[in-house]
Write a protein that binds this ligand. Structure first.
Ligand SMILES: [Zn+2]
Ligand SMILES: [Zn+2]
Length: 186
């Protein structure tokens, strides 16, 4: 897949039918994301359209890529796919609450700024920067290789997903015992 060239766009130059961003953003251009993960592969493929929408712009389309994260529980790297679809609005006038009707009929809309929105007060949109912001937000706070990851044995250090070890498991209180105790206390 060819590399995506142009990634900084002057919003005023986006034609009514929109602009396409198609290609590979190589890992070396995603340095902030690369710094936050264990591995990046060759990069992320994008197929996105940036389109004028009233006084703002919409970025919509598909993404194909994954990052490698380290499981918090077993310390093993695992692949974490990035969300496949992307929907963002870009606002060149973030301080403005009322928007013109593009059909010039004099109507105005009130835009809810609480929606996820990228501000572009200088009139420029940087695709790579916006995508990195988005993907950094998407990263899990506590990455886990699997819901049922068994983690590392605190005694011998064995990865319990790969092998059983002879250390006795920590005694665990059964929820039924707790319930029985509660009933008795009443
Ligand atoms: Zn794990
Ligand atoms: Zn053990």
């Amino acid at each position: 897949m060819r590399e995506l060239r142009e990634s900084i766009i002057r919003l005023a130059q986006v034609p009514p039918e929109g602009l396409l961003f198609q290609g590979l953003i190589p890992a070396r251009r995603l340095t902030r994301l690369a710094d936050a993960v264990v591995g990046m592969g060759e990069g992320v493929e994008v197929d996105l359209r940036l389109k004028p929408n009233n006084d703002a712009y919409l970025l919509h389309g598909n993404v194909r890529g994954a990052v490698e994260l380290e499981c918090e529980s077993c310390r093993t790297p695992f692949r974490c796919p990035l969300a496949a679809t992307l929907n963002l609005s870009i606002d060149p006038n973030p301080e403005q609450d009322l928007y013109r009707d593009p059909t010039q009929k004099g109507e105005v809309w009130v835009i809810d700024h609480s929606d996820e929105q990228i501000e572009a007060p200088e009139g420029y949109f940087d695709l790579v920067e916006a995508l990195e912001d988005e993907w950094l937000l998407e990263l899990p706070i506590s990455p886990r290789c699997a819901e049922a990851c068994k983690g590392i044995c605190p005694v011998c250090g064995t990865n319990r997903n790969e092998a059983e070890c002879a250390c006795s498991p920590a005694p665990r209180e059964s929820p039924f015992d707790v319930l029985a105790q509660l009933k008795k206390d009443k």
